[in-house]
Write a protein that binds this ligand. Structure first.
Ligand code: NAP
Length: 484
């Protein structure tokens, strides 16, 4: 057991506690409550939103260069506090210390990238047929942005949303996942320490079932950016329909990798293992399906299984851990349930598929890296998002068949092809229906300046990251002035 840290939420421009609390448990050792955060009520949250509106005015009036400097300072604070933040993140989420350290660094990069972009031109001079008329287009902040974020990258996802939203001059209301609120509150602290006006950031903690509707229904919210499950994302879209609130949703995935017979099989196996089992498979861009040309399927599975079996499963802070636990007992049961269903439907579990042995693993929410050989695409493990360290493999006879099967999914987030054939690369990049497509590279690992977002039920028309993100966080005003 360890000491439990008590955190406050940030609402109405100040840190605010509550007598009702949410326990934050450690996935590596489920009996440990590492933090407690306020379980805010709908009324408290509703009252706090008027401050966010004030914050939006104040921040929009702040010079863009100053806004950029505050974002740079936030990045510097994240880097200075990296060791402490990475430890909290690893303990709260279960990812390894190396993964958590990488997440802190990448979160800082979001603030650096958008800190620089705050200086971008924010409009254009355009032609006008009328005499003596000067016409301009201005991109202005939309106002108050609500960011709802999941537990799997609990620092990175808020950073991906808050950095462009704040660079563009919006105030933000952040609602982090209830499993991982502490690191989001540390990000809030970093922003305030960097000089962000306290009214410009509201971070509310509480179960979505209690507080989400109060925020979503508030007229103080001008835009909603959501990352999480497809079920909740679609539900949010239905809830705001008819109100003309702009909404961006990044949702589930079932990412496929295609391995052709001419591929470097060792590269393919290493890359699929890293993208499939890294972060215990809890990345939206994790590889969870592999379509392998039949002549190399056995050789590929042999390599993948050897890598999976060599990955040390253990607590997030242990030095030799390569794969950490899942986020919770519920998630662990759900993943084990997916594997049991696959077995019952006739698929072969080649390795893994259980929670591991020994007292250390029993205390946490572990699932052993798992490889499943599917004889047919007609098994639920092939279709359903698992969100755990489970990779399903299926033999195909051609690239065309592989692309058809990869596209036969409700999701369209990310994909990869392994080949040494340029023509195959060209066909794949043209025909694959995913928002991200990689060749001889993992389905995961996209950089802060790469536009990011899914097709079909994985995403919505607005992309995140890169220059494209700014489109969601700004509205366009066309202005004409006749001088005489
Ligand atoms: P989730 O259950 O949808 O929760 C995500 C967030 O939404 C949490 O903050 C949650 O709060 C909140 N929420 C839950 N119900 C809500 C409601 N009715 N109204 C408003 N907000 C609500 O997803 P998750 O289990 O945390 O995350 C895993 C999912 O995220 C996976 O499907 C994964 O693929 C997806 N994901 C997608 C991307 C992407 O970029 N496409 C990236 C990462 C993750 P509480 O925690 O309080 O319930």
């Amino acid at each position: 057991m360890t000491d439990t840290i008590r955190f406050d939420a940030h609402i109405g421009g100040s840190w605010t506690g509550s007598s009702a609390l949410i326990d934050v448990r450690e996935p590596s050792d489920w009996d440990n409550v590492i933090a407690r955060v306020p379980a805010l009520t709908a009324d408290v949250v509703r009252d706090g939103l008027a401050t966010a509106r004030k914050g939006a005015r104040l921040w929009a009036d702040t010079n863009a260069l100053t806004r950029g400097q505050i974002l740079f300072k936030t990045a510097a604070i994240l880097r200075d506090r990296s060791a402490e933040l990475a430890t909290l993140l690893a303990r709260e989420n279960g990812k390894t210390l190396a993964e958590a350290t990488g997440e802190v660094a990448k979160s800082a990069e979001f603030f650096e990238f958008y800190g620089g972009l705050a200086r971008l031109p924010y409009g254009d001079l355009i032609h006008d047929a009328r005499p003596n008329t000067t016409t301009t287009v201005r991109h202005e902040p939309v106002g108050v942005v609500l960011a709802i974020t999941p537990w799997n990258d609990p620092l990175l996802t808020p950073a991906r949303k808050l950095a462009p939203a704040l660079a563009a001059g919006n105030a933000v209301v952040l609602k982090p996942a209830s499993n991982t609120p502490a690191i989001a509150l540390e990000l809030t602290r970093a922003l305030l320490d960097a000089g962000l006006p306290s009214e410009a950031i509201t971070t509310v903690t509480g179960k979505a079932g209690e507080i989400a509707d109060a925020i979503i229904e508030s007229t103080e919210i001008d835009a909603i950016t959501f990352t999480g499950s497809t079920r909740v994302g679609l539900d949010l879209q239905r809830k705001v329909a008819g109100r003309n609130v702009r909404i961006q949703c990044e949702m589930g995935g079932k990412n496929a990798a295609i391995v052709l017979a001419d591929a470097d099989l060792e590269l393919a196996a290493q890359t699929v293992a890293a993208a499939g089992f890294g972060q215990a498979g809890q990345r939206c861009t994790a590889t969870s399906r592999v379509l392998v040309e039949s002549s190399v399927k056995d050789a590929f599975i042999k390599r993948l299984v050897a890598i999976a079996d060599s990955m040390t499963l253990g607590p997030s802070l242990a030095r030799d851990t390569v794969v950490g636990p899942l986020i919770s007992r519920d998630q662990q049961s759900e993943v084990i349930g997916h594997v049991a269903r696959a077995r019952a439907e006739g698929a072969t579990v080649v390795t893994g598929g259980d929670t591991g042995e020994g007292s250390t693993l029993e205390r946490g929410c572990y699932v052993v890296p798992t490889v499943i050989d599917c004889d047919s695409a007609d098994v639920s493990i092939w279709r359903d998002e698992v969100f755990g360290p489970v990779v399903a493999v299926l033999a195909v006879s051609s690239l065309q068949e592989a692309i058809e099967l990869a596209n036969a999914s409700d999701y369209g987030l990310s994909s990869a092809l392994f080949t040494t054939n340029l023509a195959a690369t060209d066909v794949f990049l043209r025909d694959i229906e995913t928002g991200q497509a990689a060749v001889n590279l993992p389905t995961s690992g996209w950089d802060v300046h790469h536009p990011f977002g899914g097709f079909k039920l994985s995403g919505s028309p607005y992309k995140e990251q890169g220059l494209e993100a700014l489109g969601f966080y700004t509205r366009t005003k066309t202005c004409a002035v006749r001088s005489v």
